[in-house]
Design a protein around this ligand. Structure first.
Ligand code: GLN
Length: 231
C-alpha cells in the first residue's frame, strides 16, 4: 500500500522551494522502501484521504485567490486535522489553517478556521534566517512574511525562537503543533536540512515510533553549519 502525500494548491501556494518538502518526504520514505504517491489537489477538488497533507507558502495575492476555495474545504480540513491526520503547512499555508488573515492594507481574508488562530499583516516584513527550539531539536529555516500569527494560549507553538521573528516577532513563539498538524513560518524548504523534523512527520504519518536509519551525513552537515551560523 503506497504512502499518500496530498499536496494542496501546488500551483498557487509554493514559495521559496516549499515543494522541496514533498520531494524530501518522498525520498526519505522511498529510502525506507515505502512506495509513495503524491496527489496534487487544486481549487475545486476534494481532499482525498491521505497519510500526509502538505501546503506551501504564498503571497497575499495567491492567498486571496485560494481563500474562497479553502473556505469550501474548511470542513474537510477541520475533520482531518482534529482527527489527528498528519499535516505540514508552511507560512501562508499555515495561515490558511487559521480564522483570518488581515493584510497590511487591512483587507480581511476569511480563511478555513480549522484552527483557532489569526494573522494580521504588519507594515514591516519579517525576513531572514530563523532558528527555533522544538520538541524535535533545533529547526533552521528562512522566513519572509508580513503576517503576525497569534495562537490561542491553549495551543502549543511548534517551538521557541532562538534567532529570527517566528510567529509574530513579539511573543517568542514559532509555528503551531496541534495533534499531528505542524505549522511553521520556516521556508527553505525546511525539511531537507532538518532531518529529525522530517522523520517526525513521517513517523506521525506511519504511526510508528522508530524508523530505520538512513545516511544523513550531508543533511546534518548543512543543519549544523546553519544553526552555528545563525545562533
Ligand atoms: N502572504 C503571507 C504573508 O506575507 C504569507 C507569506 C509566505 O507564505 N511567505 O505573511
Amino acid at each position: 500500500m503506497a504512502v499518500k502525500i496530498v499536496h494542496l494548491y501546488p500551483e498557487e501556494m509554493n514559495l521559496y522551494g516549499d515543494k522541496g518538502n514533498v520531494i524530501c518526504l518522498k525520498k526519505r520514505l522511498e529510502a525506507r522502501n515505502y512506495k509513495v504517491d503524491v496527489i496534487n489537489v487544486g481549487m475545486g477538488e476534494r481532499i482525498p484521504d491521505f497519510d500526509i497533507l502538505f501546503i506551501g507558502g504564498g503571497q497575499d495575492k495567491e492567498m486571496s485567490i485560494v481563500r474562497r476555495d479553502v473556505r469550501r474545504k474548511a470542513e474537510e480540513l477541520s475533520y482531518y486535522i482534529h482527527s489527528g491526520k498528519t499535516v505540514l503547512a508552511i507560512c501562508g499555508g499555515y495561515q490558511l489553517l487559521g480564522e483570518y488573515y488581515k493584510t497590511a492594507s487591512a483587507q480581511v481574508i476569511e480563511l478555513s478556521g480549522a484552527l483557532p488562530f489569526f494573522t494580521e499583516g504588519a507594515k514591516q516584513r519579517m525576513i531572514g534566517n530563523v532558528v527555533f527550539e522544538s520538541p524535535f531539536g533545533k529547526i533552521v529555516g528562512f522566513e519572509n512574511h508580513s503576517g503576525k500569527t497569534y495562537i490561542a494560549n491553549e495551543f502549543c507553538p511548534l517551538g521557541c525562537v532562538i534567532s529570527g521573528f517566528g510567529n509574530n516577532g513579539e511573543d517568542g513563539t514559532e509555528g503551531v503543533l496541534y495533534k499531528n498538524t505542524f505549522g511553521t513560518y520556516a521556508h527553505g524548504p525546511v525539511l531537507p536540512k532538518n532531518p529529525i523534523f522530517a522523520d517526525e512527520i513521517i513517523k506521525r504519518a506511519l504511526q510508528v515510533n522508530e524508523l530505520p536509519n538512513i545516511d544523513d551525513k550531508f543533511e546534518n552537515l548543512c543543519h549544523n553549519s546553519l544553526v552555528s551560523r545563525f545562533t
